[in-house]
Design a protein around this ligand. Structure first.
Ligand SMILES: Cc1ncc(COP(=O)(O)O)c(C=O)c1O
Length: 396
């Protein structure tokens, strides 16, 4: 018996792969600061639970395959807040942004079709694109340049007759890079010139710091027929376990295609959609509060990282991740050392090695991704442990 070549070519998540070492360390009584996964500690707004408590139907029935209308309407209302006009037919509710991405790639790609993505990128894109028999073509960016990918020479050089789409994750995971409206225009014009789809993963939309405004590819009417936006409640509302996201597009042909996949999996969980509708109806002041919290954490992490000799990192503009180069040959080896051999007063730290976020083999071996999802004090201690660990690791 054999498994498919497609699934065999996929990798396990580099974000979760080292959990076994962390569990071992914890079993031995060490405290491990988990800076490896984008699971925020910010409280989910109570309106989510309230809406579910107030659900008064006697049966939890299937909802519409495209989603509960109450949620679609809340999302329409949310986008109106940014002067973007969508209708119900433009919004299809999914099981998180993850299912949205899966459905988009299945709908757009033929075997061998190429998708441009700036690397390092959110590692599950490997899985999503491979599952659809497509190929990720990485646009390599550098720590020294703040992981900038809005460059016409970089993008144009990667386009081939097989290129089908360009993915823009902004604010970015794992780099925190935020596209400005000018950057989006540059990318949009290239996509138009080469007739490419624009897959806009905007699940961190509001987490744009230093007085940056939230931006979206949905703000450009001239690209409306080629833009497909991925959205989610996971990060914005700290509701990762709700598994509610959506596909947003004015390209009706694409939306009709995705509807076939949505009908195949029947529907998303009804109650989570009811709770999510309450989240999307929250006042905009909610975003300001959460954003201020993450911005403060980013500053702490950056300040602490800059105390480490040999670290290369530019202050990221958004999301809640920071990717940095460390003065070691193999960040993976250093992480295993931290979890197996190191502690300071019974404490150690865990992050995600960045190699798995690259599409180009061999890149990212000396880079790590930190998720600043813990409170400031814990983040400060976590980065201090990286510094102390490095001193001990490099002194061996
Ligand atoms: C860039 C990006 N897109 C999509 C997702 C998927 O999130 P979810 O399926 O929880 O909406 C994540 C999760 O970490 C992410 O970082």
């Amino acid at each position: 018996m054999e498994l498919s070549k497609r699934v065999l070519s996929m990798q396990h998540s580099p974000i979760r792969r080292f959990n076994v070492f962390a569990f071992e360390a914890e079993k031995k009584g060490k405290r491990v600061y988990h800076l490896n996964i984008g699971q925020p500690d910010v409280e989910t707004p109570p309106c989510f639970m309230e809406a579910i408590r107030n659900f008064d139907k006697k049966v939890i029935a299937y909802s519409e395959s495209g989603g509960e209308t109450v949620l679609q309407d809340a999302i329409i209302n949310y986008f109106k807040g940014y002067d973007m006009d969508f209708e119900r037919k433009n919004i299809l509710i999914t099981n998180g942004g993850s299912e949205a991405l899966n459905m988009i790639f299945v709908s757009l790609l033929n075997p061998g079709d190429e998708v441009l993505i700036a690397e390092p990128f959110y590692t599950n894109y490997h899985t999503f694109v491979t599952q659809s028999a497509g190929k990720v073509v990485p646009l390599t960016t550098k720590a020294e340049e703040g992981y900038d990918f809005a460059k016409s020479d970089l993008i144009e050089a990667a386009i081939t007759p097989k290129t089908k789409a360009i993915c823009c994750i902004s604010p970015g995971n794992p780099t925190g890079r935020v596209l400005s409206l000018e950057d989006m225009k540059l990318i949009g014009d290239i996509a138009k010139k080469h007739d490419l789809w624009i897959i806009a993963d905007e699940v961190y939309r509001e987490f744009a710091y230093d007085n940056r405004d939230a931006t979206s590819f949905g703000m450009f009417p001239e690209y409306a027929d080629r833009v497909v936006i991925v959205d989610s409640v996971s990060k914005r509302f700290s509701a990762c376990g709700a598994r509610v996201g959506c596909v947003v597009s004015k390209n009706q042909e694409l939306m009709d295609a995705i509807m076939k996949l949505a009908q195949g999996r029947l529907c998303c969980p009804t109650l989570d959609q009811i709770g999510a509708a309450a989240l999307y109806n929250l006042d905009k002041s909610y975003y300001d509060e959460v954003k201020a919290e993450y911005e403060g954490r980013r500053d702490v992490v950056y300040e602490e990282l800059m105390k480490i000799p040999g670290v290369v990192c530019q202050k990221p503009g958004g999301a809640f991740y920071m990717t940095a180069k460390l003065p070691v040959e193999s960040v993976e080896d250093f992480l295993i050392f931290l979890l197996k051999e190191f502690d300071d007063k019974g404490e150690t730290v865990m992050f995600a090695p960045a190699e798995g976020f690259y599409g180009t083999p061999g890149l990212g071996k000396d880079e790590m991704r930190i998720a600043y999802v813990l409170n400031k004090e814990d983040m400060r201690r976590g980065v201090e442990l990286i510094r102390l660990g490095l001193e001990r690791y490099n002194a061996r």
